[in-house]
Ligand binder design. Structure first.
Ligand code: IDP
Ligand code: MG
Length: 159
């Protein structure tokens, strides 16, 4: 039996800079090798409507228009990853917003130099993750399956 904590979900976007630089595989591999479970993935074009919602907390910033243009400059990969405390685990894997100051070993720390072009988006809280997963995926786009490696990724009392 898998307990509900292991089913926590988070949203990750592979941003246009990473698509252009051929980093999709590298980024997906970071989450896979951590032991996370991929439950949804698709390539999509973002529009102003979804970006206004997604980046509502930045709407009054001077860089908001250029952020939207950047996020519309090519398709993105939207992914939903699942695991125990996955929201905070994925934020740690991604590193801080300003990529050139992000910790070496993190995705932004290893692959990016910019504040804006920082290769990935990851949900920042459990509540926002719920909203963001629902924004980018319908229920039937999210898979429910058994991952056999879980018995090695988690201890008995964690899964
Ligand atoms: P986060 O992506 O690390 O959660 P947020 O503050 O939520 O950071 O900002 C969302 C995105 O907006 C960032 O990832 C980055 O692409 C862009 N952004 C944030 N701050 C700046 C800035 O000062 N200049 C330009 N772009 C920014
Ligand atoms: Mg954010």
């Amino acid at each position: 039996m898998i307990f509900d904590g292991v089913r926590e979900k988070t949203l990750v976007l592979v941003k246009p800079d990473a698509i252009q630089r051929g980093l999709i595989g590298e980024i997906v591999a970071r989450f896979e090798r951590k032991g996370l479970k991929l439950v949804g993935i698709k390539m999509m074009n973002l529009n102003d409507e979804v970006l206004k919602e997604h980046y509502a907390h930045l709407a009054d910033k001077p860089f908001f228009a250029s952020l939207k243009n950047f996020m519309k400059s090519s398709p993105v990969i939207a992914m939903c990853w699942e695991g125990l405390e996955v929201v905070s685990a994925v934020r740690l894997l991604c590193g801080i917003t300003k990529a050139r100051a992000a910790e070496a070993g993190s995705i932004r720390g290893d692959f990016a130099m910019s504040v804006s072009c920082n290769v990935v988006h990851a949900s920042d809280t459990v509540d926002n993750a719920k909203r963001e997963v629902a924004r980018f995926f319908t229920e039937d786009e999210l898979q429910d399956y058994r991952k056999s490696e879980y018995e090695h990724v988690y201890a008995e009392d964690e899964r």
